[in-house]
Each structure stands twice: as C-alpha cells, then as structure tokens.
Design a protein. Structure first.
Length: 151
C-alpha cells in the first residue's frame, strides 16, 4: 500500500549512527525495501545538526523526512541532538525515531520528555535487527503520513 506522496519522490532519511556495521546494515535493509529512499549518514551529533541546519559541508543537504537517531555517540550524543532539534522552531516538526542499543528506563523516559516520536531498542541479533528496520520502514513510510512542507 504505497501512498501517492511516496510515489512522487523518494523518502529522505537522516541516519545518525556512529557504528559503521549498524549503519551499513540499516542502509542495506532500507535500500532493499519497498519504498524508494535516499539515506544520508552522519556519525555524530555535531554533524547531524550541521546537516539539518545546512551548514558546511552540508549546504546542499535535503530536509529529511525522518531522522533515525542513535543515543550513544561521540562528541554530541543523541539526547543533546534531540533536545536541539525539538527546541528549533523549524526542525521540531521532523519525526525523530530513537534507534539505540540502550534499554535504560531513564533513556526511554528522557527521549520521550524531549519529544522523540518513538523509541526502539536495536536488537543484537542480526535477523531481529533486519526485522526491526523493516518494521520501521513499513510503519513510517507506508502507514504514517509525513509532512510534505519543505523549507
């Protein structure tokens, strides 16, 4: 069930992930999915905010339709990135999916306090991770209606 919106143009995804293996696997699963997409990867929070704000070297970056955000990263962690996104009047409308290995109750609570759209714990099992990423694609890119306004 592909919506007309998705038929018009591919989905732009910003993946903020410092683990190269997780980033590669997530990209592979999404590339093999049903919905056309462009995946943009940054490996820390400072780069994520530069991408979202179109600062060098990301001056030509697209506005992502959705952000997949890891919590535990170098330089600036996902909690700080999420707080910055949701405090910004332009960026706050972007859906942010926390995709992390943390199962800590305080991380889950804090993420929702900071207005994450959902919190998903990455499984360590490869087959389960593939299933989780496929489910994210199915839900967020087929069922959910994403904003079409572009800045």
């Amino acid at each position: 069930m592909e919506s007309a919106y998705h038929a018009i143009r591919p989905i732009d995804i910003l993946l903020v992930e410092d683990n190269p293996a997780d980033a590669r696997l997530t990209c592979e699963v999404l590339k093999d999915g049903k919905i056309a997409n462009h995946i943009h990867i940054v490996d820390d929070g400072i780069k994520a905010l530069a991408f979202l704000r179109r600062q060098a070297p990301y001056a030509d970056a697209p506005v992502p339709d959705i952000i997949l955000l890891d919590l535990n990263m170098p330089r600036m962690d996902g909690r700080a990135v999420l707080a910055e996104i949701k405090a910004d009047p332009v960026l706050k409308v972007l859906p942010v999916v926390i995709l992390t290995t943390s199962q800590a109750d305080e991380d889950i609570l804090r993420s929702y306090e900071l207005q994450a759209n959902c919190y998903i714990t990455k499984p360590v099992d490869l087959d389960q991770l593939i299933k989780v990423v496929s489910t994210i694609e199915e839900f967020w890119f087929t069922i959910v209606r994403l904003p079409t306004q572009r800045r």
